[in-house]
Design a protein around this ligand. Sequence first.
Ligand code: AMP
Length: 502
Amino acid sequence: MIKNVLEYLEQTVKRYSNKTAIRTAEKEVTFAELEAGAKKLASFILSKNPGRNKPIPVFLPKSAESIFAFLGVAYSGNFYVPIDITLPAERIEKILTVLEPSLIVSDAENAEKIKKISKAEVLLQEDCDKMEVKEEAIRGVLRRMIDTDPLYVLFTSGSTGMPKGVTISHRSVIDYIEWATAFFAFCEKDVLGNQAPFYFDNSILDIYTMLKTGATLVIIPESLFIFPVKLFRFMMENQVNSIFWVPSALSVVAMHKDMERSELPCLKKVLFCGEVMPTKTLNFWRKLYPNALFANLYGPTEITDVCSCYVVDREFEDDESLPIGFPCNNTDILVLKEDNQEVEAGEIGELCVRGTCLSLGYYGDSEKTAEVFVQNPLNQQYLEKIYKTGDLVKYNGRGELIYVCRKDFQIKHQGHRIELGEIETAVYSLEKIKQCAALYDEGKKQICLFCSVCDEMTEKEVFSELKKKLPQYMLPAKIRIEEGLPLNANGKIDRKLLKTYL
Ligand code: AMP
């Protein structure tokens, strides 16, 4: 049994040294080059005496170099934290406050931005090329590593305004990738078309399937996702045969009128995860690729991406919901009612997960961790954690899990996980704001903000202030300034009533 993901890379290098590991619009990288590049970076990091099991943020655009960096950080005995370079400085600062890193990996183009925010030493990817690989030092690091050591931290939206750093171990990723590669029979002949940003958990399947099986990972330029015809041309040129995308990306393609004529005969596997898949979109794709395998995967970042899966095996009407299926191998799902008892068929309860896939918790936040990683209430005999997802689900007559809704104010918008509370915290931090409520219009797929202000402030001003604080995808599409927001009997902002204003 392997104990760190680097063993995947080393085993694959032995078999497919000169095969293409990563292809982007600009370049190709073989497995041997990937290993060499990662080790050079690790040697660079080790020359700075970083210690062990420390966070090393990676502040790079999505590229082959970012994968070099992730693996280089892992080879140094530390864990990587991909940071979206387009985030506003204020949010990056919050993430770095949580991590307190002493080293950051970036490149010449992006280093200035991060240096303005952090006092950490910034290592430039470009400088690695000159490094000699310190093989002995790396072997020493690997000898001391255990599989419960963290591999990465991914930050997700936090309702109090502080992003939460989900910490994932090597063991959880290995457990996930063993299941995913066996279940979908991935092999070295496969070409995966990557859509997921590397700061989003769906990318874990793409990156580590490539490392384990010797498949090629094609990084699709983000800009192509608004031009479906060009997107398919790019996939065709690169012979992409498997994709694992968020439903929003699949829907953009389905809405395009010219798509019915697009061809990609080699497409064999269409996997999706991250939000509800509109059945209409699925039906469009199935018509386009009647012989491909389609699977609805479900899971949050806190359980390493996926804990249940449904391989589409029958026809669905456009208005029927698609099951999220059955638990993955070595994973158990409990659906618990408020009294912590398991539901009967048809009853709704919270989906809770048991297994090696569980995260090590939120980095530096034991309080938030303790709220959702709890002792299994059905077992008082020994230590056993479950993760409470906050997703409400039920079983259908076939024993398949069906996603119903969230039990809180978390939403999925364009595939991004957002706590409406985080938007509200950012709004309240503006000086002139008196009250505010962020709501999601499911029909129009828009974030709407209602607020009242204590001084002159226009919608435009609110928006431009928010731009400095929130990622692009969290910005409200509609802002309405009201005299005062309606209150319910408990004196709280009446969100139900506000929903009728949408
Ligand atoms: P993330 O941590 O960004 O992966 O988001 C996890 C959340 O996305 C889950 O808790 C669900 O609310 C939602 N989600 C993920 N996959 C699915 C799916 N297949 N169907 C419905 N909702 C999903």
